[in-house]
Ligand binder design. Structure first.
Ligand code: AHR
Length: 495
């Protein structure tokens, strides 16, 4: 048995609630038949959105939801998605045999969905194929006070007199790739034009620039070099990191279990190195990281649509483990991160939900977001524990090792939240919580996500194969973290 030290005097910073954010793009089956079924659907819905998904999503307290892309954002004209007559446009990113966008869900519907689930909108604006004025007009349409501009009046005519008050605006998406294949220097010049105009309206706004893909430090350096001393128009720098293929999404080997986790653990190094570049340009005071796409990216075809929905995949306990360790990394680096958005909400990549027709289920990843919600807005503290190395063969056939434990802890309103993931596929871990600088009450609530078989996942046929369990534990005794499992402990701090 090892001691897990909870060092209350060593505060790491406040965990922005937005670190627990989400992403819903017009891609594959995310919007249509994912969150949206239509008002006349036989599927139980509220204003056209799946009721089951609304209720379950609201229950994990989503702080922010990114929309409408991703790649889709860079071909999106927001005017297509307002009013009664909505044009149909090509959308390469949707279904494999139906690459069209009906625009049934546009600005008003998205804002309605945000309101129904109690989340803030984060709108990703197009930079590649429109003008700066186009983006400014969208901000005007969303945020101008009632009865002021012509766009505010048009918004009222379309059913929403009050402003939507959108605070978070992304200016471009993946402009190093699908978003225009730009160099960082060229993108910086474009960003300066767009952000200057976006900021040319009153209101509380956070402007987020397109940052690097994974370990592309050259992008961060090139962009920062061109942006140095222009703090006025940038509050966030996005970072996308997907941990790529490690075998079949549901039938992976022991080595592939560890290979996937090893790739997920690289997130820590990647964000630290990008952060050091930001600091190198002295921009850390006003420009934090926004990790607005992260998660596992498996080969297509394992989701219920069997490859019909682009990038739809099943999620097992391995994906839940990636979620747990990634969120622990974010908590432990909360001083550097303003927001993060797991990709994506439903039917796409690292999803929390899988849906189709009358079916809608949660994945193991959903449960991890549920277990971790106590960290939102809490003060993170340093933890220390002796870890074991677990050996495996990496993707290049070399001997490799990763630590068996991933931990983070925080406190808020007299309650401490401690989340521990046991990455070992073989051995349980026993820990004694050892608080320093505070005392915890003996009885605590513990939630456990663990399965005998780490391939376990939910399906339309067996929707509750993976379930969260809750028990009361006595913190004077050791707690057991099952192999390939994770726990969340909520303990009251003694007065
Ligand atoms: O999340 C799926 C896609 O991955 C997004 O559209 C894009 O931004 C990224 O490459």
């Amino acid at each position: 048995m090892e001691k897990l030290y909870l060092m209350f005097p060593e505060e790491l910073g406040k965990i922005a609630p937005e670190v627990y954010g989400h992403f819903s793009e017009h891609i594959g089956g995310v919007i249509y038949d994912g969150i949206w079924v239509g008002k006349d659907s036989a599927v139980e819905n509220v204003h056209g959105f799946r009721k089951f998904l609304i209720d379950k999503f609201a229950a994990i307290h989503p702080p922010v939801l990114r929309w409408p892309g991703g790649c889709f954002a860079e071909t999106y004209d927001w005017r297509d998605g307002i009013g009664k007559e909505r044009p149909v446009r090509p959308n390469w990113w949707t279904r494999n045999d139906n690459r069209y966008e009906s625009n049934e869900v546009g600005t008003h519907e998205f804002m309605d969905f945000c309101e129904l689930v109690g989340t803030k909108p984060y709108v990703a604006a197009n930079l590649t194929s429109v003008t700066p004025l186009h983006v400014r007009d969208w901000i005007d349409y969303c945020n101008s006070p009632e009865g002021t501009t012509s766009y505010a009046k048009e918004r009222a005519e379309n059913g929403h007199p009050a402003p939507f008050d959108v605070k978070y605006w992304g200016i471009g998406n993946e402009n190093w790739g699908g978003g225009g294949n730009m160099t960082p220097e060229y993108y910086a010049m474009e960003y300066r034009r767009f952000s200057a105009l976006a900021d040319n309206l009153p209101g509380d706004k956070v402007l987020i620039a397109c940052g690097p893909n994974a370990a592309d430090y050259g992008w961060t350096k090139g962009f920062m070099e061109s942006m140095a001393n222009s703090e006025k128009h940038m509050q966030g720098l996005s970072l996308h990191y997907y941990c790529a293929f490690a075998g079949n999404p549901v039938a992976f080997s022991r080595d592939e279990w560890y290979q996937q986790l090893q790739q997920a653990l690289w997130m820590e190094d990647i964000l630290k190195r990008h952060w050091s570049i930001i600091e190198g340009y002295g921009m850390q005071a006003w420009s934090k990281l926004v990790i607005d796409e992260w998660g596992c990216w498996h080969p297509d075809g394992s989701g219920p649509s069997k490859g019909y929905n682009l990038f739809e995949q099943q999620s097992t306990m391995r994906d839940a483990m990636v979620t747990a360790l990634t969120l622990n990394i974010f908590n432990n680096h909360c001083d550097k991160i303003m927001m993060a958005n797991v990709a994506q909400l439903v039917n796409n990549l690292h999803a929390l939900f899988l849906a189709g027709g009358e079916n809608c289920i949660v994945t193991p990843t959903y449960h991890v977001f549920d277990m971790y919600k106590g960290h939102q807005g809490a003060t993170a503290i340093r933890t220390a524990v002796k870890r074991q190395k677990v050996a495996f063969t990496d993707k290049q056939g070399r001997e490799a090792g990763i630590d068996n434990l991933s931990v983070s802890a925080s406190y808020k309103d007299g309650t401490a939240t401690i989340t521990i993931a046991n990455l070992s596929a073989e051995d349980d871990s026993s820990l004694l919580l050892t608080p320093i600088g505070q005392q915890l009450c003996d009885a605590a609530k513990m939630q456990i996500l663990a399965e005998e078989d780490y391939h376990a996942h939910n399906t339309f046929e067996e929707p509750e194969r993976v379930l969260l369990k809750t028990q009361t534990v006595d913190l004077r005794e050791e707690i057991v973290i099952p192999r390939a499992g994770m726990v969340s402990i909520e303990a009251k701090i003694r007065e």
